[in-house]
Design a protein around this ligand. Structure first.
Ligand SMILES: NC(=O)c1ccc[n+]([C@@H]2O[C@H](COP(=O)([O-])OP(=O)(O)OC[C@H]3O[C@@H](n4cnc5c(N)ncnc54)[C@H](OP(=O)(O)O)[C@@H]3O)[C@@H](O)[C@H]2O)c1
Length: 303
């Protein structure tokens, strides 16, 4: 049985991915900052700031996935928080690599989360592909440094995959529950102009991409993980309200209000790029939930 070590695997994606990997015959171990008791899963400790990692975690790993990182939507982006967002991603990759080198370990693949923030939040008709350059805004620079920190694995001869993820839709806590709440309370409405894109992906499709990244030896480099359907914020909001069977009573929330509340983070919801899913599809990947309608029906109505 092959073992997948998931760093930061206690979060939204990690929990779902762990189950999927176990269902597909893998053993899963986690790397976490705190001891977690999850049945069937061994948790090893690490401390990214102090560059400490339990070497048993690396010893037993055939594959490593790094999902760790301070959540970008949890707190306002002060300069301290920005540093935390960046360091938790870049330094965790560095720590994993240093430990691999120290233990002279060759894993079969290293897979790191990345994000579509790589391309910047740009509302236009341009469809971004993996060949486009990183943006020079905060998230673009973080994603670029995050991906560059994967290069040492590649240079060491380890197959390396970077998953540029869109907004992940799932049934628990996450972006979708934040979008549903105001609609359920009759105060939902599109944000700003509503004409910005929301590059999204259903969590099950995303975890199938991670599974493919483990199993498909031809996968190398960066891949966008977004559903093929491109949707505007206003159409996303309308469909969500329709499926929740709630009316949208209010006009769009003006951009300036969101900027006052969220500061620089407002860009996350006020702008949004169109992102291509073609590269992963050309590798033979099939989306089970290619349209927002299919994903929301599955998440909300379970059908
Ligand atoms: N969810 C999305 O919509 C989305 C979209 C694009 C990209 N991504 C990326 O995909 C990855 C996983 O996303 P997720 O939604 O599962 O994230 P999440 O729920 O926030 O979980 C991330 C995990 O990272 C660890 N972590 C948090 N702060 C940390 C810090 N300061 N230093 C080191 N580790 C820290 C935590 O694990 P422990 O507490 O166990 O240490 C946490 O469970 C993230 O890197 C995220 O940026 C997610």
């Amino acid at each position: 049985m092959e073992t997948v070590l998931i760093a930061g695997g206690s979060g939204t994606i990690g929990k779902y991915l762990s189950k999927k990997l176990i269902e597909n015959g893998f053993k899963v171990n986690l790397l976490s900052r705190t001891n977690k008791s999850i049945s069937g899963i061994t948790t090893y400790l690490w401390n990214v700031e102090n560059q400490y990692l339990d070497e048993k975690a690396i010893e037993s790993a055939d594959y490593i996935i790094n999902l760790s990182g301070a959540n970008i939507g949890e707190k306002k982006w002060s300069s301290k928080r920005k540093k935390e967002i960046s360091d938790s991603r870049v330094d965790s990759n560095k720590l994993l690599f240093n430990q691999i080198e120290k233990q002279n370990k060759k894993v079969k693949a290293f897979i790191s989360a990345s994000a579509v923030g790589y391309y910047g939040m740009i509302t236009s008709d341009k469809i971004f592909t993996e060949n486009d350059l990183p943006a020079n805004d905060f998230l673009g620079m973080v994603c670029n440094k995050w991906e560059e920190s994967c290069n040492s694995f590649e240079n060491y001869g380890i197959r390396t995959v970077k998953i540029r993820t869109g907004v992940v839709l799932n049934s628990g806590d996450g972006a979708l529950s934040k979008m549903m709440l105001p609609i359920k309370m009759f105060v939902g409405s599109p944000l700003g102009t509503g004409n910005q894109f929301i590059p999204w992906i259903y969590i099950d499709d995303l975890c199938n991409i991670y599974l493919k990244a483990i199993m498909d030896e031809k996968m190398n480099g960066a891949f966008n993980a977004v559903a093929p359907e491109h949707i505007y914020n206003k159409n996303f909001t309308k469909l969500l309200a329709k499926i929740l069977n709630k009316p949208l009573l209010l006009p769009n929330i003006p951009a300036f209000v969101l900027k006052i509340i969220l500061g620089e983070m407002a860009k996350l919801v006020l702008e949004g790029s169109r992102i291509s899913s073609k590269k992963i599809e050309n590798m033979g990947f099939h989306f089970n939930y290619p349209t927002l309608n299919s994903a929301l029906n599955q998440i909300i109505l379970n059908k």
